[in-house]
Each structure stands twice: as C-alpha cells, then as structure tokens.
Write a protein that binds this ligand. Sequence first.
Ligand code: PMP
Length: 296
Amino acid sequence: MANYYNEQTILFLDGEYVAAKDAKVDLYSQSLHYGYSVFEGIRSYKTAAGTTKIFKEVEHFERLKHSAQSLNMPFPWKVEALIKATYEVLSRNGIHDAYIRPLVYAPANMSFAKNEVSHITIQAWEMAPFLGDKLLRIMTSSFQRPNPKGFKITAKASGHYVNSIMASQEAKSKGFDEALLTDMNGFVAEGPGANLFFEKDGKLFTPSTGNILPGITRATVLELCKEMDVEVEEKQCTMEELKSADAAFFCGTAAEIVGFESIDSYKFPKPWNRTISKVIQTNYKNLVTEKQGALV
Ligand code: PMP
C-alpha cells in the first residue's frame, strides 16, 4: 500500500490547512454510508524548467464542480480558489510530482434528502504511475460499467468505484494486471480507472462517450493525435475489433499512458516500441513536464 500521509502531512479541509493526522470526518456522513461523494484525481509535475505545474488544473476542478452538481451536492467554491489551495498544499508538503485528490463529501445525513452544505478536502501524495510502466496483461471483466440510466456516468462519483474495485480485484485474483469492462450492451468501455485506445493499421480508435467517464487524459490524447496528424475514430468498439488490433493502451491521470501486452489470450502483435501509441506515450510525458521541443 502506498504511504498517503505521515505525521507532518498537511491537507486542505473546508478552507483550513490542517495536519492529516488531526483531521476528522463525521462517521454519520451520508458519503461514508452511501458512497455519495465526488472526487478528482489530478497530477502535478516538476517541469523541465524546474517549476511545479498542475496538469490541466482548470479542467479537473471544473469536472469536480460538474460531478457535484450532477449529484445535487452544493458546490460553493470558486475553481480558481481551489487551484490556489492545491498549490498551497503542494508547497506546505514540499512535493512537486504529486497525485492530488480533492474530495467533496456530505454531512451527517441518514436520509436520501439533499444537503444544505458540502465539505471539501484536498490531499496530495507522491505516487508512481498507478498501473506501473510495464506492458499490461488485461482481462475482460465479468463486470460491466454502470448503466448510464442508473448513474450520472459523467460524474466522478465515489459510489461508482465499487464497480471499479470489484473488476480490478477480479482481474488480479485471476493473475492479470488489470480489468477491461464492457458497457451494458457489450461494447468495449474502459478500465476501472482509465480510458482505452487501440491502434490498427496506423489509425487509432477509442470508445465514444455515453458509457464512459470522459477522461481528461483521453481528451489530451485526442488533441495530441490532431497535432501529430494521426487519424482517430470515436465509435462503439467491439471486443472482436480490440482483439484484432495491433496495439492498445490505457490512459488516465493516475495511470498516464500504459501499453497492453495482451487481453485475455490475445497478444497484441506489434512491438510497443514501433507503435504510434508509444509515440503518444512519449509526447504525453513531454507535454505534462513541459519539455521544450516539437512532438516526436
Ligand atoms: N475512466 C475512469 C472510470 C476513471 O476513474 C478515470 C480516472 N479519473 C478515467 C477514465 C480517466 O480519466 P482522467 O484522464 O480524467 O484521469
């Protein structure tokens, strides 16, 4: 398990900077009992110039706001103020390459009624890429992603992650590195915490929105492809298409970009180092660290 905090760690809680070891949460919170909270996963990087930069901070805090509003949770904070608070958390903890976790949660409430207030905490810790940096052996999950008619699927809501936990645990218990979930109609959807792209004959494909969390890294990959003049198609993708692809990868803030070795018994045939996906992986790393120079 990662070490999230120690005696010295400072977090942001409802406008204050407090020691993580002293921070308290109400055990009667509606969030704890029902999974009714929303969060973000953000990264900051030490740039090539030596500064600390939170990648796509506006997009992440706007999504946090969108997630809260989608779930009818009060969100009285300004995005700019939350960004400022996040830089302050990084600075008070003396960390640069950080994984940042804002969480908006509910007060004590055992009913299903709306709340008048929300709480917010922003935490940060150092964390290596979530899924490692080796090519992944992926398993098609027996779990499907939540039905968009049952959940606000574009919200990053805590309760949705019970599905992610079940899928990931199943894959790992069967000896795989991670799961890939289909949507309720059996089309390829996403990983437990990352979006998917695959490559075939020099073109990229990714599941269209509607049944997935529209990731900020996914949007970044789409932008990179445009700049690189690589054709990408967003569509409903079948498992058969994925299992005839040359290469594939997961992308997400925590995972960054990580290639696949295989899915179930299908081994992706193209050596990773010769794929466009690998070039995108390099360009993504250069982008987040603001490394000067053209796209490779
Ligand atoms: N899908 C799911 C289910 C996720 O949890 C994440 C991580 N937030 C992503 C996709 C990727 O999103 P992003 O690129 O915004 O981190």
